[in-house]
Design a protein around this ligand. Structure first.
Ligand code: IPE
Ligand code: IPE
Ligand code: MG
Length: 256
């Protein structure tokens, strides 16, 4: 697929309005926000310009989720593998994160949005960790939208950490291995207490999960969009929700 295709999503595939979805609305939508670098490259701009524009698309995605009645929105912002990128790009991304938190916190609060963060935050500087903790604390009473940002997140890391915690509990005698089942194991994951995603969207035309929510997305519907993340808007969100509404979820049972 060519970049020009990506830059111009087919209007026939992307209805203009966000709210007009017939059928069930996904309760939890998770998005792999991909394509910032290609967006910048297509304009001969530095990658950071794509990331900056990507932060604007985050705002549009949050608004679209709220308008569509989606209760849970999880955004993959930085993977455990993204630490392999050049130091300069990581610096740009952390600067944008710091800026985003400082400029958006009031907005999140005003809109009744609860922010959570999942991932290995130890790898970030202390000031960002402090900002993230403060944002979680200050929005903890909000219920309108549950927004989770996956930062320095890797599903395999998360599952290994959960297995380690389970093993430690067993050794300490507070958990009987015979009583361990899927529900109990899920309580050791970073997403404990959250519903599983119903719909996982990935932008940029790539069709892979890149270590995102491997446990939780076991039965999620997957929608891959040919739009680069900085161009993502309410019409793409609506298109993905429409696609979801048309799918028949069987969970292994026979078709209805
Ligand atoms: C997504 O855009 C943002 C992050 C992974 C941090 P990319 O930076 O991966 O952009 P592409 O995939 O190179 O176009
Ligand atoms: C996945 O995108 C991670 C995020 C969107 C944060 P990448 O661009 O890092 O994924 P790969 O390397 O193409 O699989
Ligand atoms: Mg990418």
């Amino acid at each position: 697929m060519s970049v020009t295709n990506l830059l111009r999503p087919n209007p026939a595939e992307a209805p203009a309005k966000p709210a007009a979805v017939a059928g069930p609305v996904a309760r939890h939508v998770a998005i792999i926000m991909d394509g910032n670098g290609r967006w910048a490259a297509a304009r001969r701009l530095p990658r950071v310009a794509g990331h900056r524009e990507g932060a604007r698309a985050v705002r549009r995605a949050i608004e679209a989720a709220m308008q569509s009645g989606v209760g849970w929105l999880t955004l993959y912002a930085f993977s455990s593998e993204n630490w392999r990128r050049p130091a300069g790009e990581i610096l740009d991304l952390t600067a944008l994160l710091r800026q985003y938190l400082r400029s958006e916190l009031a907005e999140l609060k005003a809109n009744g949005i609860r922010l959570r963060v999942i991932g290995d935050l130890q790898r970030f500087d202390e000031d960002i960790r402090g900002d993230l903790r403060a944002a979680e604390r200050e929005t903890a009473e909000n219920h309108r939208l549950n927004l989770t940002i996956a930062l320095s997140y890797g599903a395999r890391d998360e599952i290994v950490a959960a297995a380690r915690a389970v093993a430690e509990a067993a050794v300490a005698g507070s958990l009987d291995p015979a009583g361990l089942d899927e529900r109990l194991f899920a309580r050791y994951l970073a997403t404990a207490g959250m519903p599983d995603p119903d719909l996982v969207i990935r932008t940029s035309g790539e069709q892979r999960l890149s270590n995102f929510l491997l446990w939780q997305a076991a039965y999620a519907e997957l929608v891959f969009l040919d739009v680069l993340w900085p161009d993502f808007g309410p019409e793409h969100f609506a298109h993905a929700l429409g696609e979801y509404a048309r799918r028949e979820r069987r969970f292994g049972a026979r078709p209805a």
